[in-house]
Design a protein around this ligand. Structure first.
Ligand code: G3D
Length: 191
């Protein structure tokens, strides 16, 4: 995948590691997206949904991914904040067919954005409006409206329609994230 060769090589050169959080409600497609990112020989093909406070970690080259569900589990917020502290980028996966829980996803996003560890720094947030292959999927524009993304002012954000089963749409999202992380790193090198 282009994202890996491009960003991982760049970070490798700089002897840096990027920590990316993959979050969203359960069943949105986080595990499936992570499977697409893994090198082919490491794919299990057996996608277990991340239910409960399961944290899935996965590392490849100089990229470290941590994924967890935010589904109605406010009691775990203190633990999440620990991950917010040192993350370089966020991938927020939206199930674009799950209209009923779109407000729950929005609430969780609002909590993330209000977290002092996120507010105090600039972190690129990539949204995937996932399951775009489904007939009843909402468009990425509609998801963006329902999630109130236009109100995000402190962080750079971007939304892409995706099909995690085939990988369609993932590349263009990751290209954007790569550019954001590279320019962030270049800025911090200048300081
Ligand atoms: P989670 O890790 O966020 O909980 P998963 O979500 O990655 O486990 O995905 C939940 C279910 O949605 C899985 O189906 C998975 O195959 C499916 N899924 C993920 N992404 C897409 C997508 O883009 N399109 C479609 N059509 N399905 C998707 P099962 O049946 O295993 O529960």
């Amino acid at each position: 995948m282009g994202f890996f060769s491009s960003l991982a090589n760049f970070l490798g050169l700089k002897k840096k590691e990027a920590k990316l959080l993959v979050i969203g409600l359960d069943n949105s497609g986080k595990t499936t997206i992570l499977e697409q990112l893994k090198p082919e020989e490491k794919r299990t093909g057996d996608v277990a949904p991340t239910v409960g406070f399961n944290v899935e970690k996965f590392k490849s080259k100089s990229l470290q991914f941590t994924a967890f569900d935010m589904s109605g589990q406010g009691r775990y917020r203190n633990i999440w904040e620990h991950y917010f502290k040192d993350c370089d980028g966020i991938i927020f996966v939206i199930d674009s067919c799950d209209k009923l829980r779109m407000t729950v996803a929005k609430d969780e996003l609002d909590h993330v954005l209000k977290s002092p560890d996120i507010k105090s720094k600039r972190i690129p947030i990539l949204f995937f409006a996932n399951k775009m292959d489904m007939r009843d999927a909402l468009s990425s524009v509609k998801c963006s409206n329902l999630m109130g993304l236009e109100k995000i002012q402190d962080q750079a954000w971007h939304i892409c329609a995706s099909n995690a089963l085939t990988g369609e749409g993932l590349d263009s999202g990751f290209d954007w994230l790569t550019d954001q992380l590279k320019s962030k790193l270049s800025e911090s090198n200048k300081k």
